[in-house]
Design a protein around this ligand. Sequence first.
Ligand SMILES: [Zn+2]
Ligand SMILES: [Zn+2]
Length: 281
Amino acid sequence: MYGRRARAVSFRFRERSRIAARKGDAIPAATALQRIGRAAARYFLPSRCLACEINPVEEVFRGGVCSACWRAIPEPATSACAVCGEPLAAEGAERCGRCLIHPPSFRSLRAAAPYRGSARSILLAFKFRGADYLGPRLAQVVVGRLAREETLSASEVTAVPATARAVRRRGYHPAELLAEAVAKELGLSFSPRRLRKIRETSRQSALALEHRRSNVEGAFRAEGPSPETVLLIDDVATSAWTARECARALVAAGAGQVDVWCFARASRDDFDRDEKPSDSG
Ligand SMILES: [Zn+2]
Ligand SMILES: [Zn+2]
């Protein structure tokens, strides 16, 4: 449909420039229009993969991610904290230091991929480049990788919330789109309004790790009564303080067991790199 429309638009541009050329006085304007037309076609019909920016993408009419990039999503670390999924340097350790000192309210946090390589580029496209339509495919990766190892008995799926202002600014809420698609994939009910963000916070990505806890402390409220078991979804986690605070609010509203699934997990090493992962974490 869009392809036909774009071709029709580009045909009209060609016709106009031919007429302009015959008149002999408006060629630069017609050329400019053609350029705008081509730019618009590229905008609406991107032909390059949003992640690698090299391979052509043909199967999704609005553009998207090439199959090589989907296949290249790295696997999660094999040695990770049994509770929060933070990659562990020491083989044989069961829990990370943070979970030992401050046990979280969630039972487990798992991520489908480390925040690296094509997982990172796909996530950046999903969160920051308007590629909201990647949600269902991301959900397939999440469910495909995490449902294997989890005993999943959630009666409800919900998302880490954003403030209304943040949603307005971006036009969509990536974590909610992902959560909705995960719920659909699992055949579970989805409750987008279970959690509310009750105050603005600074972007977690802009803060040093030691300030992330106080930044999100008390920022979330859950509508009760919550069902006994909840699966909480976020797109990316780093320090996991956001997930911890959301889980705490869910437990306060009556949940007995909260599991958290994210698409990507940024470790402290990723955090040290130049580009910071998210406004959550
Ligand atoms: Zn690609
Ligand atoms: Zn941990």
